[in-house]
Design a protein around this ligand. Structure first.
Ligand code: AKG
Length: 376
């Protein structure tokens, strides 16, 4: 059980998406949810995204996983980073749950890092919010102010930046948390063998939104409206300012029509950037079998990282799960909330929900797709 010691609502008001902050002893008596050798084991798997960063004279060499062994890297100056550990290592989920004071749609993944002394990934800027939790060991973190930071080697696509003047310079100890909003340069230096946990949050970019919106309009044979005007410029070679604005207004109009954007948003925001550990059973389960099992105390749980979302003021009754839309019938708002908010349905909740035909069908489908599973 991981319980944050700070006032999460005060944190949102004062720091979230605004300013970096050190949250000393944000977890009292912190216990690492994973051991270094278990993390090293995950990084041997093909489907798990991992990398090793080797520090060499103020340069950082990145080697992409999977890895067979680590002997070549020695005792110092390297770091192993494994993404989406919450998808593959269920014991890490309780740590993620501590951050559910922020909405699921914003959550990206839990990245776990094992760092040797003097290891680090170099000074960089992320376009997401991150909480860095210190587990075993100690690391010194520097955070600079937002500003016009030069990309290392002039590479505009690299997150690495030149050295910066710190506004935070702190040694994190077990249970301490450093929160960094997007755009603040930061850099961790490892003082002793260390495990740290990055809980990342991100929001979609305009590029992602427009791509998804275009796909959705095409799929629904919608968005055919064209620009019209009652007057024209006399100069044949010019597109007038009014007409430029009128054309772009067509896009702005879409953003005022929920029937044009809601499905697209639900699908986009319930997708996951990293592979999920889909656990399809050998034999498909039927509704009757499922009902019997939950009556015998089985629980129904979602796989790690699966997003189950509902939209406030939705025009229809539905859930968005892993980029797909699932319409439901004769379902109460309380049932929708239970499905969207609860990671594990205990046997009582599951029994109640399965009594609804539409939800029963949904849960059977999700279990047979390997997105939910039954456990004792
Ligand atoms: C991040 O998650 O943004 C980090 O900077 C973590 C990298 C590290 O653990 O060194």
């Amino acid at each position: 059980m991981y319980q944050l010691t700070f006032d999460t609502q005060a944190f949102i008001k004062q720091h979230w998406q605004q300013t970096p902050v050190v949250l000393t002893q944000a977890f009292a008596d912190f216990v690492d949810p994973i051991a270094a050798d278990e993390l090293a084991g995950l990084a041997c798997e093909e489907e798990i995204s991992s990398r090793i960063v080797v520090t060499k004279d103020n340069q950082w060499d990145v080697i992409q996983g999977p890895f067979e062994d680590y002997d070549a890297y020695g005792e110092t100056k390297w770091q192993l980073l494994v993404q989406a550990v919450n998808h593959w290592y269920p014991d890490s989920q309780p740590l993620v749950d501590a951050f559910r004071f922020l909405p699921d749609w914003r959550f990206d993944d839990l990245m776990v890092s094992f760092a040797t002394p003097e290891g680090g990934v170099g000074p960089h800027i992320d376009n997401y919010d991150v909480f860095i939790i210190q587990g075993e060991g100690e690391r010194r973190w520097k955070v600079g102010d937002k500003g016009n930071h030069q990309r290392r080697g002039g590479d505009a696509t690299s997150p690495l930046v030149d050295d910066f003047e710190p506004i935070i310079d702190v040694v994190l100890k077990k249970g301490d948390v450093l929160y960094i909003p997007p755009g603040y340069p930061h850099c961790g230096e490892t003082l002793s063998l260390a495990l740290s946990y990055s809980i990342g949050f991100r929001a979609p970019s305009q590029q992602e939104l427009l791509t998804q919106l275009a796909d959705s309009l095409i799929d629904n044979n919608s968005g055919h409206k064209r620009f019209t005007s009652k007057s024209e410029a006399t100069d044949p070679g010019v597109v007038s300012q009014t007409q430029q604005q009128g054309i772009m207004q067509l896009l702005a109009e879409l953003a005022t029509q929920p029937e044009k954007y809601q499905t697209m948003l639900g699908k986009l925001l319930s997708q996951n950037r990293f592979e999920l550990d889909i656990c399809e059973g050998e034999e498909p389960v039927t509704l009757e079998e499922l009902q019997e099992m939950v009556q015998d105390n089985a629980i129904i749980a979602r796989i790690g990282g699966l997003k189950v979302l509902r939209l406030e003021n939705d025009q229809q009754c539905r859930l968005f799960i892993n980029g797909e839309v699932y319409p439901l019938e004769d379902v109460t708002e309380a049932q929708l909330i239970l499905l969207a908010n609860t990671m594990t349905l205990d046997s009582e909740n599951a029994t109640d929900l399965l009594a609804n035909a539409s939800i029963g069908q949904l849960l059977v489908e999700l279990i047979n797709q390997g997105l939910y599973y039954l456990a004792e």
